[in-house]
Design a protein around this ligand. Structure first.
Ligand code: NAD
Ligand code: ZN
Length: 341
């Protein structure tokens, strides 16, 4: 089969022919229809320090996918051949205290497809049946292919009750934009999204009913009275991984404000802890998706009017994957979806 492989320990991904994976008794084989390119895949392409320490070579990359089941392991009785699906790309163990108490997303032995294990940028993917998420007809393959990052957005956004709250999203990357759309969908009052990239802010305003603020040009402090807020934002969703964005968020939150933090700051970043203490701010780190509560909720929201399709800015055949990665690196794109059929 054809796959996008990290074939050598150097920048790049290579389209190669590799064997179709063999499935075990508890696995399924999925024919991949569409895949999304993630920032993680760009790190793997670039072969940065994180990738060098994390990714074994050779490896089939990719973890955002939709497809259909073409083979069932002998123990798999609750799925059918032909079932359209996406799936959780975090493969969990069953031994940790967290897993055994049902907090699967907190399992410390988690391994990621396309990062630690063979991935989804391929014609076929092996996945434990446990990880399969069937897709209803209302969710087509291109949306199915971006449920993994939408799940990050949903997990973060639903960390706190947003009904009637004023929400600040820092970082209008694909995940920040989707989180803003989710905040709006579940009934936040004002949703403000910041970035320093005007293309990203324009995309955010097209996809969701949000107030975009370019913090390279406009002072966020002036937005608070303009929107009729008295003190500041109730909830912050940090989606940039940028230190200045986090500082700004802490500054603009109300006393007792809450932050859900998905963005990954590079290295060890300084934090003004006394400010956080005196403002009595709660910070929650968010990793991945809740397995499978996030999947349940996001599919329900998509079936009930949550519309994030506009975040997909590029659709291309897998033959053009180099152009897809170029679009991701340009900083002007939203999600890039590759077609494998
Ligand atoms: P992205 O890089 O596409 O978007 C980040 C955005 O932040 C960019 O548009 C950038 O211009 C903007 N930004 C930079 N400086 C800023 C500032 N000072 N203020 C406001 N915005 C600023 O990333 P993404 O794919 O949308 O992912 C969002 C973040 O979540 C990334 O940090 C990513 O690494 C992280 N992530 C975490 C998990 C997890 O499980 N915790 C999973 C997926 C992604
Ligand atoms: Zn991803």
């Amino acid at each position: 089969m054809s796959a996008l492989v990290k074939a050598r320990p150097e920048p790049g991904l290579w389209r190669e022919t590799v064997p179709v994976p063999e499935i075990g008794p508890d696995d399924v084989l999925i024919r991949v229809n569409k895949t999304g390119i993630c920032g993680t895949d760009v790190h793997i392409w670039n072969w940065d320090e994180w990738a060098q320490h994390t990714v074994p070579v050779p490896l089939v990359t990719g973890h955002e996918f939709a497809g259909e089941i073409v083979e069932l392991g002998r123990n798999v009785t609750d799925l059918e051949i032909g079932q359209r699906c996406s799936g959780e790309g975090h493969l969990i163990g069953k031994h940790s205290r967290q897993s055994r108490s049902g907090k699967f997303h907190l399992d410390p032995e988690t391994r990621g497809i396309g990062v630690n294990e063979q991935g989804a940028f391929a014609e076929y993917l092996r996945l434990p049946a446990f990880n399969v998420v069937p897709l209803p007809d209302a969710i087509d393959d291109e949306i199915g292919a971006i449920l993994d990052p939408l799940g990050n957005a949903v997990h973060t956004a639903l960390s706190f009750d947003l009904v009637g709250e004023d929400v600040l999203v820092t970082g209008a990357g694909p995940i920040g934009i989707m989180a803003a759309a989710v905040a709006r969908h579940v009934g936040a009052r004002h949703v403000v999204i910041t970035d320093i990239n005007p293309d990203r802010l324009a995309l955010a305003a097209r996809v969701a009913d949000v107030v975009p603020v370019n913090v390279a040009e406009e002072d966020l402090a002036s937005v608070v009275p303009r929107l009729g807020m008295k003190q500041g934002f109730d909830i912050g969703l940090e989606m940039s991984g940028n230190q200045r964005a986090l500082d700004q968020m802490v500054e603009r939150l109300v006393m007792g404000g809450r932050i859900a933090m998905l963005g990954i700051p590079p290295g060890r970043s300084p934090v003004d802890w006394s400010r956080i203490v005196f403002k009595a701010i709660t910070i929650k780190g968010v990793y991945g998706r809740e397995i499978f509560e996030t999947w349940y909720k996001m599919i329900a929201m998509l079936e009930n009017g949550l519309d994030i399709r506009g975040v997909i800015t590029h659709r291309m055949k897998v033959d053009d994957y180099v152009a897809g990665f170029d679009a991701m690196r340009s900083g002007a794109s939203g999600k890039v979806v590759l077609d494998w059929r």
